[in-house]
Design a protein around this ligand. Structure first.
Ligand SMILES: *[C@@H]1O[C@H](CO)[C@@H](O)[C@H](O)[C@H]1NC(C)=O
Ligand SMILES: *[C@@H]1O[C@H](CO)[C@@H](O)[C@H](O)[C@H]1NC(C)=O
Ligand SMILES: *[C@@H]1O[C@H](CO)[C@@H](O)[C@H](O)[C@H]1NC(C)=O
Ligand SMILES: *[C@@H]1O[C@H](CO)[C@@H](O)[C@H](O)[C@H]1NC(C)=O
Length: 668
């Protein structure tokens, strides 16, 4: 008891030190949406269910809301009292109640307290009140995005950006806009702050040059090179050692919803850029409630027109709703940022146009697309499904896949779910899949060094899945047509449609046998258990495929690739098995290594196959390849396939049927 009490009292004594330690790190954070962000809210501020920070809402006048990062930010690490450089960027949207009319605005603020005691709404933006406005004891620095012209503060118009120090009479302000290329251009491209659009703001302070830059642009526009506002001012007297950073917003007689979608902040350095597709979406609110005198003129005509317009727009809205309808269950809110809007994917792929079709596989069609706001190139795979059963697990797996990060894996960006179909969004791979370079030999024949690089890349990706990630991931469909080539011809293993995730040490459960004939290990037919070792078997078939330039099973030929390579080995002429089109940079030892390793991985006995860790070591030459047994321990799995006729020649079951199936059989 005594020691616990002593520990507690020590802890109490240590508290201030701990707090100052926390504060003494250079603060840096990035929030894409605020669902799991660390912010303290007051007033009307709230986090909406899809992760937007909503500072004010649109139903009561004269209100305000604040959101602050909860910890103090240390701005003065140097002992001489100079304020450090800092930078911040955020995306906001203002949706007024009446189109074109709304108040009052939003401000990024640095203040000595977490919250702004005594502050007023309306024209005071939740920052100051009539007594303390302009007082140097405030120590408040703010960037205002003001949508009402207040003559008492010399506002230039009702759509401006201002740098505020201790008060609302801006030190410098400008009509919202951005310079396309040169700061010294005479005019900027205007931006309407309260038009409901998503706008990004960058605030940068250089502690050495003592200069503040403010830049702003619609989210669809890249960061302009020149700032909208630039002010030379030393912030050292205004900023205290420890300050709080956040946002303030207010409404007046006219109301608006003020949203912040994402925020990144950093002391002493550049903030990381926000990733647009990770930001939550703003609900589209801009109801046209403008009062009109015309209503009194020609009223009957107007009414008829309105009724007609209303009917047609209702029909349009319903049709549009049906066209773009998505399914969203509560549990999916956890996967928010990874969920794409169907509408965006529709626009990105030009309405899933046949011209954008990249290919079609056993799972469905794949389309190329460009995301509307970020211009990121994507590949969208449409998979049709009937049941909702198993969907939750499937989406959980997609979320896990979205967290897989390796230079030899195709990144999965997210998904979208609709009635009857699921859409998976991947990074676009400009060079397509490897098989077309091996078998169709289009414009480009891959030489040996390229092939060897691809082999090593796939090995490294598979090793990551098997051993380096938090769970064991069994890919279940390793083959040349699932290896994509990026812009630099680096190999990236893709198509995780069949992948399974296991906790380390757990025993894989039997599932329906899936995969592609010729790549499926013989024990798979017997036990139905997909393991890392069955992946190694498929990798062996892949090695032979790449080195020989032939498929494991050619429909036109009787002999299997594996048997043929093995017979060449026994005749002492294994190199004869290599692809004749390997080019001039061909290294005989490497080709031999790959062919022999392919045979080693194809051993019918799972225990005799190497692990992916060993495969990587063999390929890197760190460990010599063991001697191959000369008797036929190799099996293509084909004879098993004949006796267990579960798979067709090409692709087999959809991932959803197998998920549902594995759930029925007791799940994982
Ligand atoms: C204060 O310290 C910073 C960093 O230690 C240095 O860059 C700056 O020049 C100093 N300023 C003065 C006024 O000494
Ligand atoms: C207020 O905003 C909500 C969405 O946040 C919207 O559904 C509603 O129509 C808006 N109300 C008014 C009066 O504009
Ligand atoms: C500024 O604020 C301080 C402290 O609140 C107060 O004592 C002082 O009178 C104020 N100055 C002006 C000019 O109002
Ligand atoms: C502010 O903008 C000017 C003009 O583009 C640039 O020269 C300067 O380095 C910028 N300063 C900061 C702190 O970003």
């Amino acid at each position: 008891m005594l020691s616990i009490a002593m520990f507690m009292s020590n802890l109490v004594l240590l508290m201030p030190l701990l707090i100052s330690l926390v504060a003494s790190e250079y603060t840096s954070f990035t929030y894409h949406g605020f669902r799991s962000a660390n912010v303290i809210l007051d007033g009307t501020a709230e986090i909406t269910s899809n992760g937007l920070l909503k500072l004010t809402n649109n139903d009561t006048a004269r209100q305000m809301g604040h959101a602050f990062y909860p910890y103090p930010v240390s701005f003065k690490k140097s002992l001489n009292g100079t304020a450090s450089s800092f930078s911040t960027t955020f995306v906001f949207a203002i949706a007024p109640e009446y189109r074109g009319l709304g108040g009052h605005g939003i401000a990024f603020v640095i203040a000595p307290t977490r919250g702004l005691p005594g502050a007023l709404p309306s024209q005071y933006l939740g920052l100051f009140n009539s007594r303390n406005n302009g007082n140097a004891t405030n120590h408040v620095f703010a960037i205002e995005l003001d949508t009402v012209q207040d003559f008492e503060f010399d506002d230039i118009d009702d759509n401006h950006v201002g740098i505020d120090i201790n008060g609302l009479k801006s030190e410098k302000s400008a009509t919202a806009g951005y310079y396309v290329d040169d700061f010294y251009e005479s005019y900027s491209t205007p931006v309407r702050l309260r038009g409901g659009q998503q706008i990004q703001v960058w605030v940068e302070y250089d502690g050495v040059e003592k200069q503040i830059n403010v830049t702003l642009a619609p989210l669809t526009v890249d960061k302009p090179v020149a700032p909208l506002l630039s002010l030379s001012r030393d912030l050292s007297p205004i900023i205290k050692d420890n300050m709080y950073v956040g946002f303030s917003s207010s409404t007046g007689l006219l109301v608006s919803s003020h949203y912040v979608l994402g925020w990144s902040f950093k002391v002493n350095g550049h903030t990381p850029e926000l990733v647009i597709y990770k930001l939550p979406m703003v609900p589209w609110i801009s109801r046209d409630k403008r009062m009109s005198k015309f209503l009194t003129i020609g009223l009957p005509v107007m009414v008829t027109c309105l009724v007609l317009v209303a009917i047609s727009s209702v029909i349009r809205v319903i049709r549009r709703k049906m066209k773009f309808a998505e399914l969203l269950d509560d549990w999916e809110l956890d996967y928010g940022p990874q969920r794409f809007k169907y509408y965006h994917l529709f626009v990105a792929t030009k309405g899933f146009s046949e011209n954008e079709l990249l290919g079609r596989g056993g799972f469905g069609k794949v389309y190329r697309g460009v995301l509307p706001t970020s211009y990121i190139e994507i590949a969208v795979k449409r998979i049709s499904h009937e049941s909702r059963q198993g969907m939750r697990e499937f989406v959980a797996e997609i979320a896990s896949m979205g967290r897989l990060r390796h230079r030899n894996l195709v990144p999965l960006l997210g998904y979208c779910r609709r009635k009857g179909e699921l859409l998976l969004v991947y990074d676009y791979m400009p060079n397509g899949s490897l098989d077309k370079y091996l078998f169709h030999q289009p414009t480009l024949t891959l030489g040996w060094s390229q092939r060897f690089g691809i082999i090593k890349g796939v090995a490294s990706g598979l090793f990551y899945l098997h051993e380096e990630w938090e769970q064991v991931v069994v890919h279940r469909d390793v083959k040349a047509s699932n290896v994509m080539l990026d812009g630099e011809l680096n190999a990236r293993l893709g198509d995780f449609g069949l992948a399974r995730f296991y906790d380390r040490g757990s025993d894989p459960q039997p599932t329906r046998v899936v995969g592609t004939l010729g790549y499926m290990a013989p024990e798979l037919y017997r036990s139905g258990k997909a393991t890392t070792s069955t992946d190694v078997f498929a990798f062996g078939a892949f090695l032979l495929e790449v080195a020989c330039g032939r498929r494991p099973i050619e429909r036109t030929e009787d002999v299997l690739l594996l048997d043929w390579v093995f017979s060449q080995l026994n005749r002492g002429e294994i190199l004869e098995a290599g692809d004749p089109n390997l080019g001039t940079d061909y290294v005989a030892e490497e080709v031999e290594l790959v062919l022999k390793l392919g045979l080693l991985c194809s051993n019918s006995e799972p225990a005799a196959r190497p692990s992916m860790r060993q495969v990587v070591q063999f390929l890197e030459g760190d460990v010599p390849l063991p001697e191959l047994p000369s008797v036929g321990l190799y099996a293509s799995g084909l004879s098993f396939a004949m006796s267990y006729p579960v798979a067709s020649m090409d692709k087999v079951f959809t991932p959803l049927s197998f998920v549902a199936d594995s759930l029925l059989s007791g799940g994982r």
